[in-house]
Write a protein that binds this ligand. Sequence first.
Ligand SMILES: Cc1cc2nc3c(=O)[nH]c(=O)nc-3n(C[C@H](O)[C@H](O)[C@H](O)COP(=O)(O)OP(=O)(O)OC[C@H]3O[C@@H](n4cnc5c(N)ncnc54)[C@H](O)[C@@H]3O)c2cc1C
Length: 405
Amino acid sequence: MDTKALIIGGGIAGLTLSGLLGKMGLETVIIDNGGLVSAEDVKRSSRTAALMNTSLHVIDAVGLKSYIRTIGTPLKQMRLKDDGNPSLPIKQVDFPANDIGLEQFGYNVPNLALKKMLQDHLKSLKSVTFLSETTLDDYLVKNNKVYALLGHGQTVTADIIIGCDGRKSKVRAGAGIAVKEQDYDQSAITCVISHSKSHDNTSTEHHRSGGPFTIVPMEGNQSAIVWVEKTSETERLLALPKDLFEKTIQKNSHGIVGQIKLESNPESWPLKTLRATKLTAPRVALAAEAAHVMSPIGAQGLNLSLRDIASLAECLIDTARVGGDIGSHATLHAYESRRKLDILTRVEGIDTFNKAVSNNVSLIRILRRAGLTSLDALPPLKQFIMHQGLAPNMDEGRLMRGESL
Ligand SMILES: Cc1cc2nc3c(=O)[nH]c(=O)nc-3n(C[C@H](O)[C@H](O)[C@H](O)COP(=O)(O)OP(=O)(O)OC[C@H]3O[C@@H](n4cnc5c(N)ncnc54)[C@H](O)[C@@H]3O)c2cc1C
């Protein structure tokens, strides 16, 4: 097979990129080693992603305008609670979207529902070939072409190979790109709960010594839980009988959503921080978790990834429009220049924040509380943080602004 763009990895990031390129008629092959998502998979899954308005613009641009809002729940307020000092009352700071003139910050979207929606949509795009249950085994770059060897012996040639193949990226390894990584021995438990009180479209992040415990609104009186703890503690919690597990969630939630009931099997996800030292190599681009992985604290990971995808799509399409070479040094350099500062500051910022909020050292506990108190007292700083949480002003491409590709 010969194509223009070869995308490895059909997670939300890779699927979105292939949707954007395919919509513009750029010949694209996307391969993923997993199977297609079924309606049953969607029902069973407990993972959601809080996607900010700018990220929704990127998904809209694939050609799925407004559909995403039918599977997600609006996030109208973010609430931080410092819950890590048993001798003091809980300190709370609210960030309402209407303080910065917005109806909502974004939507909380079930990951697999979004993945299925994107997979289904690709079928309508003539210039995209999606190969599921197919693995990239190896590739080489020679004479301005990429030669990729797939698991079942098939070869694909392309002008560029794009690694959206997650934290253990083979594309990254094949290009010899080094990573900086740190393992905190933390995991996140996710599950879906129903509750007797309304969540009022508020996402509440409790900062506790083991890690944050977050309640994120879903449809009706349901919420997704993202609960970070030391990995040994998550293993102990997952081994608890259902009623004891429910009681622990009830206790951690301080009754803010009333009486809770477990609605899905809890799952756990190992956490780490990882940043690729470069985003490009000859004929190679990295995006999303192949380029950066971070703690779910502050719900930044996929939002950052969709900013990579938007920038990369713009760089590739702008080059293709004038008949240029999409895998050229100039195109890759433009992508890397646009993305490196946003990635560096987000990954380092979330890493520092995670260390500060998942800490039981008394000085850090005092500073954490002082930080929240002064944030509350300084509305301009609070508003600045709300804007930066939505999207940094350092890379506002046209897709992020809601304009067309
Ligand atoms: C508990 C938790 C909660 C989170 N909540 C949020 C949130 O609220 N908001 C937010 O913005 N982010 C959140 N994140 C982050 C977000 O979920 C991830 O950033 C995102 O799902 C990663 O998507 P991806 O497409 O980069 O990677 P992946 O989903 O890992 O996709 C990579 C794909 O590549 C495939 N692949 C790998 N190697 C090969 C190969 N050799 N050949 C073929 N295919 C291959 C894999 O099978 C996989 O399908 C959260 C993360 C966690 C752990």
